[in-house]
Ligand binder design. Structure first.
Ligand code: ADE
Length: 225
């Protein structure tokens, strides 16, 4: 999978992808994440990427030209499955959407800033808008980092333990069961006996039951879906 991210503040994103699991995915050649500075595509002599809103009021609007040039440049190199804009107006990111996105080959992620982007970009160039939740961030970069993180870890081979993405919270509309490690008894805080039994079938049954009970208690809405 290749993910191209368009932003006016590449510094906000660069370190996010240089560590741990996302780095491993890139090192193994399973995903390529390329961050582009939208200013590099601006035809303005001061590399401007925003302007006043025709409607007046506070806040600048990102202009069409640099964004269209950046998207056209990328599209001249390869075909893209989706051109995604990160916005609070978009469809809300969840595990199902992350699963679907992880099956795509090439994706562009456009990060908004200021008051947003000129509406005509959304109408003519964007194929999908994604929100990471009902709150407003100062820019789309953190949203893009969240989307990339949860999508990339689902690409087969990125996680070292292939099954671990399958047992994540939400993967079957269930929260994950609690996990424990050594010591089995810490100052009297004990690990449930059954997990020490060595009986794989009983342990699996216990974990499934825990996942169900936790979901019922903490997120009953997931069971209704
Ligand atoms: N940009 C600003 N707020 C956002 C949000 N909640 N989700 C995605 N992009 C955003």
């Amino acid at each position: 999978m290749r993910i191209d991210i368009l932003t006016v503040v590449p510094e906000l994103l660069e370190s996010s992808f240089k560590h741990s699991i996302l780095k491993r995915g890139q090192d193994k050649g399973l995903v390529e994440i390329v961050v582009h500075n939208i200013r590099d595509f601006s035809e303005d002599k001061h590399r401007k990427t925003d302007d006043y809103a025709f409607s007046g009021g506070a806040g600048m609007v990102m202009t069409i030209q640099p964004i269209e040039s950046a998207i056209n440049f990328l599209k001249s190199q390869r075909e893209y499955d989706e051109v995604i804009y990160t916005s609070p107006d978009g469809i809300q990111l969840d595990q199902k959407l992350a699963n679907n996105l992880s099956l795509l080959n090439n994706v562009i992620l456009l990060c908004g800033h200021y008051k947003g982007i000129d509406q005509r970009i959304r109408e003519h160039l964007i194929t999908m808008e994604i929100s990471i939740g009902d709150y407003v961030l100062t820019g789309g970069e953190l949203a893009a980092a969240v989307i990339v993180d949860c999508v990339v870890r689902l690409i087969p081979g990125v996680l070292s333990d292939e099954t671990s993405a399958l047992t994540d919270s939400f993967q079957d509309n269930l929260l994950s069961p609690p996990v424990y490690t050594r010591p089995a008894d810490y100052k009297g805080w004990k690990v449930p006996e059954i997990l020490l039994s060595g009986n794989d079938r009983k342990i699996t049954e216990y974990q499934e039951q825990q996942a169900y009970e936790r979901t019922k208690r903490l997120r009953p809405d997931l069971l209704n879906d």
